[in-house]
Design a protein around this ligand. Structure first.
Ligand SMILES: C[S@@+](CC[C@H](N)C(=O)[O-])C[C@H]1O[C@@H](n2cnc3c(N)ncnc32)[C@H](O)[C@@H]1O
Length: 321
């Protein structure tokens, strides 16, 4: 039971006779007690679903690693009858992946830290291509262990020329976060992430911003995050098919609630945390490897529409002020 639950439980007793006195006196002590760290491991199955979708794209190593994944995935995706909605999702995640690379190419920092990388091997790929990089790739311990075993099984690390490290890290554990940062040589740092902020509530987002801000102020560099998601309109939510298991996962993790109210609200939030948005990635849908698949199943109404797909997400480069 979390302390929050305990507090609301005790609230039920306030003003209810002698027992309530104990509860009221206990209240301040309880709220001063250190909170048990939140367990984020329930988020990790989403990384598996993402990898299984990315297995249909040209994202580096995604096909090979997806082939090693065993067991069912949590969103009940339609892998048998890959329909329009299936390919639309793959398109979204492929586009999000390249959007980070697009902004990374516009920096020349040799130190890169990726948070909550899931089964993505962007860091390994970059270190195969560039011996001057030090890339630290991180996620929660179970994900890192499975990812390491996939890398070893496929012997992917043999081609690495740069310095590639794969380490367990809860991004909200500030002490461990700083320990990881201290592994880099001096010099500016780029921090990247995709698919994390929508699992963090406002306080957790602020906590992460604080750790990143103080690091970037000290060392220089930037933060590239693909997690600028805005809440969906009721109309959009109604039109998007979602399996029961996916809907339950979204609800369990308050995903819709954790998104930003608008892009302006996101900008204001980051400004309050001491960041300035200096670049936004520009999606290039025509270059996506998923496009030929998507075009085959495109409904006529979408095919003849002149409108670009609705913008549900943005990838930003942020600087600490
Ligand atoms: C939706 S997946 C995204 C994975 C990957 N970035 C991608 O786009 O394919 C979310 C990831 O966040 C990780 N995660 C959740 N909470 C975390 C935390 N507090 N610290 C570090 N990683 C976390 C999960 O283990 C999972 O791998």
């Amino acid at each position: 039971m979390y302390i929050g639950d305990l507090n609301s439980h005790l609230n039920l007793f306030s003003g209810a006779g002698p027992a309530s006195k104990t509860a009221i006196f206990a209240f301040p002590e309880i709220s001063n007690m250190p909170q048990a760290p939140k367990d984020f491991s329930s988020v990790s199955p989403s990384a598996k679903s993402l990898l299984m979708m990315k297995g249909y794209t040209s994202i580096p190593y995604a096909k090979q690693t997806a082939a090693l994944m065993q067991g069912a995935e949590i969103f009940d995706l339609s892998f048998d009858d890959k329909d329009f909605w299936f390919w639309i999702r793959v398109m979204h995640f492929e586009s999000r992946y390249w959007s980070i690379d697009q902004l990374l190419e516009q920096t020349d920092n040799r130190n890169i830290l990726e948070l909550s990388s899931g089964y993505s091997l962007r860091g390994l790929d970059l270190c195969v291509k560039d011996q001057s990089l030090h890339y630290i790739d991180t996620d929660l311990p179970d994900v890192v262990a499975l990812k390491q075993s996939m890398i070893s099984q496929l012997q992917l690390d043999k081609a690495v020329k740069g310095r590639f490290e794969l380490l367990p890290l809860n991004a909200l554990d500030t002490t461990s976060f700083n320990d990881v940062i201290n592994r880099f040589d001096n010099g500016p740092l780029t921090i990247v992430n995709e698919g994390l902020l929508m699992y963090l509530n406002m306080e957790e987002k602020k906590q992460l911003c604080k750790a990143i801000h103080s690091t970037l102020k000290q060392r220089g560099g930037c933060w590239i995050t693909a997690d600028i998601y805005v809440k969906r309109s009721a109309e959009m939510t109604a039109s998007l098919p979602q399996s029961e298991s996916e809907a339950a996962f979204f609800e369990q993790h308050n995903i819709e609630e954790n998104k930003f109210a608008s892009y302006e609200a996101a900008q204001a939030f980051f400004k309050e945390q001491g960041f300035e948005m200096i670049k936004e990635a520009v999606p290039n849908y025509q270059q996506l490897s998923v496009m030929p698949h998507l075009l085959k199943v495109l409904p006529e109404a979408v095919r003849s529409s002149k409108e670009p797909p609705p913008k549900i997400q943005a990838t930003w480069m942020l600087k600490a002020l």
